[in-house]
Design a protein around this ligand. Structure first.
Ligand code: NAD
Ligand code: WQD
Length: 340
């Protein structure tokens, strides 16, 4: 039987690259589209090294309908489109809101338009736990209401979800995955996260500090209402997140309905504080970390972690890697890209 063809947008980025690997290893025929605006070609090379197969890569923009149409016509018909391409830096989105609304919304709209034109029905969307804001109940389930988005980035995810739910009435079948905090790297250390400029996220900041690229990590506040006073998050290994996409795609393909929209949390269900994470990083990797306690970062949520039971029961998915695995793999990747 011929392998099913899958389109991965943003596949030269962090999560897309890991998902492309899991898809190729599961026997799918993957085409990657990326405009390389926020990526590093080393990830495409890494995908090839891990899978032992050449990557089908098409450089172009998801807002460019002519480009998309050509890819759909030459590489399709696609069984499913996995849409990772987006800008994701929360702080930058506050500085440049139009850049975020324009890219994140228009790329999604253009992609769905071309899917409809080409008769492709199945779509998986990368959303974020940021849509929940500070939830009233923790662990947070998919049924929790959206809070006012803390940033234009968060607003693009809320708006995209709304657009996609509406579009699913036009015979498109959609699964939205709300990721909690993706961390770590492939256990081979051949792909991982390469932040552009100063990292916004905690784990790349930790690894860059430990490796000597940054002088010091600042812990943003230790006066929260948590056991050690620092914020709590649900950190999920990027390979577990990638396998959730394969499961979601297979679940979607088994549905008989022509109109379909469902949302799943993708998290571990375990809350970890910033200080706990720092201490695990030091212990697992046997390295020191220069850090200080600073003031709170504006817009930070005190405490959030997932109720992942829906993904577990419907998709048959569960996180397999531990927080220690994630921190080990993140560190191995950091050392690899610094050639240490
Ligand atoms: P990333 O920046 O590493 O990857 C995104 C990729 O999309 C990049 O390679 C970039 O070049 C590409 N891209 C951006 N705009 C494009 C466009 N218009 N056309 C073509 N390519 C374009 O980000 P990531 O961490 O892999 O995130 C993937 C998705 O997951 C994003 O939608 C992001 O919002 C979402 N997400 C990420 C996190 C996280 O913490 N990393 C958490 C929740 C959700
Ligand atoms: C984690 C914790 C910080 C850096 C962001 C986006 C969210 C989603 C995931 C895309 C917090 C603390 C951090 C530092 C610190 N992305 N921290 N010092 O804020 O949970 O979520 O990434 O969808 O939308 O908002 O992740 O990694 O930035 O922070 O103390 O230098 O680490 O305060 O408690 P966050 P993060």
């Amino acid at each position: 039987m011929k392998a099913k063809k899958i389109l991965v947008t943003g596949g030269a980025g962090y999560i897309g690259a890991h998902t492309a690997v899991e898809l190729i290893n599961a026997g799918y025929d993957v085409a990657i589209v990326d405009n390389l605006s926020r990526s590093d070609k080393r990830l495409l090379e890494g995908i090839e090294k891990i899978t032992g197969k050449p990557v089908k890569f098409f450089e172009g923009d998801c807002r460019d309908r002519n480009f998309l149409l050509k890819v759909f016509q030459s590489e399709g018909p696609f069984s499913c489109v996995l849409h990772f391409a987006a800008y994701k830096a929360v702080g930058e989105s506050v500085e440049k809101p139009l850049l975020y609304y324009e890219n994140n919304l228009n790329s999604t709209i253009a992609l769905v338009e071309i899917m409809i034109k080409c008769g492709v029905t199945d779509f998986i969307f990368s959303s974020s736990c940021t849509v929940y804001g500070q939830p009233d109940q923790i662990p947070v389930s998919e049924a929790a209401p959206f809070k006012k988005a803390e940033s234009p980035y968060g607003a693009t995810k809320q708006m995209s979800e709304r657009i996609l739910e509406d579009v699913s009435r036009n015979n498109i079948r959609i699964i939205t995955l709300r990721y909690f905090n993706p961390i770590g790297a492939h256990p081979s250390a051949l792909i991982g996260e390469i932040p552009l400029g100063t990292p916004n996220n905690l784990v790349p900041f930790i690894t860059q500090t430990a490796v000597g690229v940054r002088e010091k990590l600042t812990v943003f506040g230790n006066d929260y209402n948590t056991a050690d006073g620092t914020c709590i998050r649900d950190y999920i290994h990027v390979v577990d997140l990638a396998t959730a996409h394969v499961k979601a795609m297979e679940y979607l393909s088994q549905q008989r309905e022509t109109k379909f929209y469902e949302v799943f949390n993708v998290g571990t269900g375990i809350g970890v504080s910033v200080l706990e994470l720092i201490n695990r990083f030091k212990a697992v990797n046997n390295v020191e970390l220069n850090y200080e306690i600073g003031s709170r970062r504006s817009g930070d949520i005190e405490k959030v972690f997932a109720d992942p039971s829906k993904a577990m029961s419907s998709l048959g998915w569960a996180a397999k890697f531990t927080i220690d695995d994630s921190l080990l793999h993140a560190w191995q990747w950091e050392k690899k890209i610094r050639d240490k």
